[in-house]
Design a protein around this ligand. Structure first.
Ligand code: PLP
Length: 396
């Protein structure tokens, strides 16, 4: 009954993990849900005030397809500040979250059979969107190089059909922050091999010292005409449900994105656009600083508890808000043991035995990874990770 393309992918693995946690909670289990791809926080007061003001002004109409002109201006100023370059409003499109920006990019760049290099473990939606657009995801394993792609491996994966490379730093799910050297090499490679760079920096505001986020266009200015910067307020303003993201890209790409978006969703929600604009105009960083402080405190707690895991190395958690564990050692457990062996087994056993919910690396192209979000309350995080460490100990 359904189109052939529906055989290529399913509902995202992260949504499925969230649903399993919810189901266990509804069945009466005390669940500590570490699956969230979002920070559990109140609404920013600046955003709340901006939305209320927009409603009171009676805002109810379509906006320009790619966003309010004032918002595009504010975003052009933001990207200019962040990259140290001048960006114009017509190099910006406002989208319904970063996800729509990425979807638009796949639709406007890819011809059938075009290959897109995606370092793995990857955020689950990257390959799915390439497939929707008729392209071919080509994954490059980063597990042996600290979750940062080796340039030699990327070069080996290039073919005449390669059209783009996804660069997601800070990375979901691994928490890796790509170093200056790697980003420079990736930018130069894209220039030399005539590739687009899809630069997803949704977690740019959450980087833990001494690591630093580098926009690739700042390191390799010649790559700017082939780079698509994707970002959103979903993570940095804890605003996942409001669906405001954006794309900063060369003007012809933005025009093409406008055409696609005009036939799909039209403009992103107008009230949410006004709210984010009010926030940007207010220039108040206290909310973001509060989120950073919460994450820093949670990260410290989590690193401390997870350091007690025996055969599982501690996560690096350089950026974002995920602990990513490498469970490879579990594959070697005694053949007689009933201990779980793959990340899927671990996730199922953890939820069943202790109510702790995480996301299996199989959602990210890594059957031996486990992602635990620490964007939740400090107490819940402590409870969840203590239970996890205890359960792992009982398996060995
Ligand atoms: N890019 C990455 C790397 C993400 O982790 C996410 C969300 O988890 C997104 C994009 C999508 O963000 P949004 O909710 O703004 O669509």
């Amino acid at each position: 009954m359904l189109a052939q393309r529906m055989s290529l992918f399913q509902t995202s693995g992260t949504s499925a993990a969230r649903a399993a946690a919810k189901k266990a909670a509804e069945a009466g289990k005390t669940v500590v849900d570490l699956t969230a791809g979002e920070i559990l926080s109140d609404l920013a007061p600046t955003v709340r005030a901006g939305a209320i003001a927009a409603i009171e002004q009676g805002i109810n109409r379509y906006t320009d397809t790619t966003g309010l002109p004032e918002l595009r201006e504010a975003l052009a100023r933001k990207v200019s500040l962040e990259t140290g370059q001048t960006w114009e409003p017509d190099e910006i499109a406002v989208t319904a979250g970063a996800k729509q920006a990425l979807f638009n990019v796949a639709m406007v760049l890819l011809n059938p059979g075009d290959e897109v290099i995606i370092p793995a473990p990857y955020w689950t939606t990257f390959p799915a969107q390439v497939l929707v657009a008729g392209g071919k995801p080509v994954t490059v394993d980063t597990r042996a190089s600290g979750y940062v792609p080796s340039i030699a491996d990327i070069e080996r994966a290039l073919t005449p059909a390669t059209r783009a490379i996804v660069v997601n730093t800070p990375n979901n799910p691994t928490g890796a922050v790509y170093d200056k050297h790697t980003l420079t090499a990736l930018g130069e490679l894209a220039v030399a091999r005539d590739l687009w760079i899809i630069f997803d920096e949704c977690y740019r505001d959450f980087v833990h010292a001494p690591h630093i986020h580098h926009p690739i266009v700042s390191l390799v200015p010649e790559a700017r005409s082939r780079t698509l910067i994707v970002n959103a307020f979903s993570k940095s303003l804890a605003l996942t449900g409001w669906r405001i993201g954006y794309l900063a890209a060369p003007k012809p790409v933005i025009s093409a994105v406008k055409a696609i978006q005009s036939h799909t969703t039209s403009n992103p929600n107008a009230i949410a656009q006004h709210a984010v604009l009010a926030h940007l105009d207010g220039g108040d960083a206290s909310f973001l600083n509060g989120l950073r402080a919460l994450l820093e405190k949670n990260r410290r707690l989590g690193m401390d508890i997870l350091s007690r895991l025996k055969s599982v190395p501690p996560p690096s958690a350089q950026g974002g808000f995920y602990f990513y564990l490498d469970l490879s050692s579990l594959a070697d457990v005694d053949a007689m043991s009933a201990a779980p062996r793959t990340a899927d087994d671990v996730v199922n056993a953890l939820l069943a035995e202790t109510g702790v919910a995480g996301v299996s690396g199989s959602a990210f192209g890594d059957p031996m990874g486990l992602r635990l979000s620490y964007g939740i309350t400090h107490d819940k995080l402590a409870l969840g990770l203590e239970r996890l460490v205890g359960t792992f100990a009982s398996w060995t």
